[in-house]
Write a protein that binds this ligand. Structure first.
Ligand SMILES: [Zn+2]
Length: 640
């Protein structure tokens, strides 16, 4: 049957204008837990290998996939109703506009085709599995592989990464791995360095492009000019490879945590504390129960952790908003104790300690030498039908079973942020910044002025740093198009130690709010805040990386309030990485419920490479960890 050619072309270009790759990633992440998967390559209509892959968003079946040409033919032939179409792959009713091209797979298929020829030429004795394509899902470095054997019947299988599907492998890695037989560690380091170089060159090319446009100089000329510096850098990288041999004695018991509510059988809710012992790669789960009742997990609670050396670890939970009543705040003060030994199996102990003198949420705080500090906080009330947010601008300290008010001059800040920094001179510092996204009467207003003053509390001196003014004014970019950066400090999602006293800040909530008309606000960016000299700067190189999908406070669906992806903003820095646990919410359409998936986020602090790992079963992680630990010598780390 022949269709009107115009109609065919129109449908084709409609399909090509929609990229559904993002939905495929989401599906793999939710259902395959980020493991390596074999990708379906057969068209469900023709049962032949796909040329241009078409599928619909909100996948139900992974193999529900069609070739563009077959799909167009089918679609025009069986078009009955413009609003709904039964998908021949999964038999669900789908809106025709939900179909699009899976460009990521298309790109991978093209690279696969090319690589099969190249590889076949260079390895004529090897047998390539022609129609098997594997995909290792990860937000930041997805890898495609093909299966290779010595001959068709051989049992041993090798998986070869297809270059070009992951930018680094195609461009920079080749000349770095000159050693014919690098060890596994060397390979890993080479990958990391290649990644950094790739980022730098991406950044550099971008800069050169703009510069050449601005000053009307040829790019080639600019490239010539920077060549000596480029070579210098290259050598610097090569010489910086240092291997560290890990010893058992350098392992710490530091942990990161997340809180989770689980709907149990008979609908009784269970509250869980999920703990990850960073150095040991061990996951533990603790029930948080008091008098046989699960402890409520509130929104915007303050969580403070204390590492127990030889003793139990402790987690303090203070204040918060009740999810059942959005105008009820808590003054609760809870201590949870659990083993600091990652291998020890024991229930967590929950204690209710004397309540904070005020009720509220969004408190900030820390613990220092057994003393708990709580700063700020806010309270939400309804007065004459108007919602009013009141700022609690006080500082409390808790020691020897008593709360005491401290006399400290805090700057006003609603919704501000803070982070904890270990300092060689001052010991532990609490750094406050951001805030005020409300008018003083409490009405939320995104356009109102931001609080940009930084205050630093030294726990050792129990005072704010700075002589007369107890605050610092950060310096922002003066370019008009970068004015928006002043809003980033308002509510950054989290920030972590970077180098020295610089801090790596990951984009704020406000940057993500798509309701802004200014497109800048839907970006996710990385900033460094050097609090020592108050300089706040967009980190252009690292801003190439941040992910849209994670670390975003979102409005919880079907209920009021917000969904908090991260409980432990402080996280943990180990092995040159920043670690924290985060949750993602995804809608399971077939079961009509919201799923919360808990994952581990690891950010490489040398190149801000984001990696995501799945939550692991406790027994499994303990076994794996113990096995790995056997290889460690009983000494401190040494540099090889
Ligand atoms: Zn389908």
């Amino acid at each position: 049957m022949n269709f009107n050619e115009l109609e065919v072309e129109k449908l084709k270009s409609e399909l090509k204008s929609k990229n559904v790759s993002g939905y495929v990633d989401k599906f793999i992440q939710n259902n395959m837990q980020g493991e390596e998967v074999q990708l379906p390559l057969l068209c469900q209509l023709s049962k032949c290998i796909i040329d241009i892959p078409v599928r619909h968003q909100e996948l139900i079946l992974f193999k529900c996939l069609f070739d563009l040409n077959n799909w167009v033919e089918y679609s025009l032939k069986y078009k009955k109703d413009y609003n709904m179409q039964t998908c021949p792959g999964c038999n669900k009713n789908i809106i025709p506009t939900d179909f699009g091209v899976d460009f990521k797979l298309y790109h991978a298929l093209e690279a696969f085709k090319l690589f099969k020829m190249q590889y076949g030429r260079m390895n004529p004795n090897k047998y390539i599995e022609q129609n098997e394509l594997f995909y290792q899902a990860s937000y930041s470095n997805p890898v495609y592989k093909m299966k290779v054997k010595d001959n068709k019947k051989a049992l041993d299988v090798e998986k070869v990464i297809i270059p070009g599907t992951y930018p680094i492998f195609g461009i920079q890695k080749r000349h770095l791995i000159q050693k014919s037989d690098p060890t596994l560690q060397e390979k890993k380091i080479n990958d990391e360095i290649a990644f950094t170089i790739e980022k730098l060159s991406q950044y550099l090319n971008q800069k050169l492009y703009f510069l050449s446009k601005e000053r009307k100089i040829l790019i080639e000329k600019l490239q010539q000019l920077i060549l000596p510096k480029k070579n210098e850098l290259k050598n610097l990288f090569k010489n910086s490879i240092k291997l560290i041999s890990l010893g058992k004695k350098s392992l710490k018991n530091d942990f990161i945590f997340a809180l989770k509510t689980i709907q149990g059988l008979d609908n009784r809710i269970k509250s869980l504390l999920i703990v990850y012992y960073v150095y040991y790669d061990v996951w533990q789960e603790y029930n948080i129960v008091y008098n046989q009742n699960p402890i409520d997990i509130l929104e915007h609670q303050l969580c403070i952790k204390e590492f127990g050396e030889g003793k139990n670890h402790q987690l303090y939970i203070i204040g918060g908003i009740y999810i059942t009543d959005r105008f009820r705040q808590s003054s609760q003060f809870i201590r949870i104790q659990f083993p600091s030994n990652p291998y020890e199996k024991k229930e967590a102990q929950v204690e209710i300690l004397p309540s904070l003198p005020i009720e509220g949420y969004n408190f900030m705080g820390t613990v220092y030498k057994g003393k708990i500090y709580v700063f700020y906080g806010q309270i939400r009330k309804v007065i004459n039908d108007v919602i009013v947010n009141e700022l609690l601008n006080t500082t409390y300290a808790y020691r020897s079973n008593k709360w005491k008010k401290l006399d400290i001059q805090l700057e006003n800040r609603f919704d501000g942020s803070f982070f904890i920094s270990q300092d060689p001179i001052f010991d532990k510092l609490v750094i406050f910044y951001g805030g005020i996204s409300h008018y003083p009467n409490g009405i939320h207003n995104k356009s109102c002025k931001q609080q940009n003053r930084i205050q630093i509390f030294s726990c050792k001196e129990e005072n704010l740093l700075g002589n007369q003014q107890k605050y610092f004014e950060p310096e922002f970019s003066k370019k008009p198009e970068e004015q928006y950066q002043q809003k980033v400090l308002c509510s950054p999602l989290f920030s972590c130690s970077y180098y020295g006293r610089n801090q790596l800040i990951l984009s704020g909530e406000n940057l993500k709010n798509p309701s802004y008309t200014d497109s800048k606000f839907v970006k996710r960016e990385v900033y460094t805040l050097d609090w020592q000299n108050g300089r706040f700067k967009l980190n252009e190189i690292f801003s190439l990386e941040p992910l849209q999908q994670i670390l975003t406070i979102v409005k919880a669906s079907g209920q009021q309030g917000s969904f908090q992806p991260v409980d432990d903003y402080e996280g943990c820095v180990a092995y040159g990485n920043y670690y924290t646990i985060f949750h993602v919410q995804s809608e399971n359409q077939s079961q009509q419920k919201i799923q919360t998936i808990t994952q581990l986020l690891k950010i490489d602090l040398t190149n801000t490479h984001f990696r995501i790992y799945q939550y692991q079963d406790n027994d499994q992680s303990v076994q794996k960890s113990k096995k790995l630990l056997e290889k460690f010598e009983n000494r401190e780390n040494i540099i090889l």
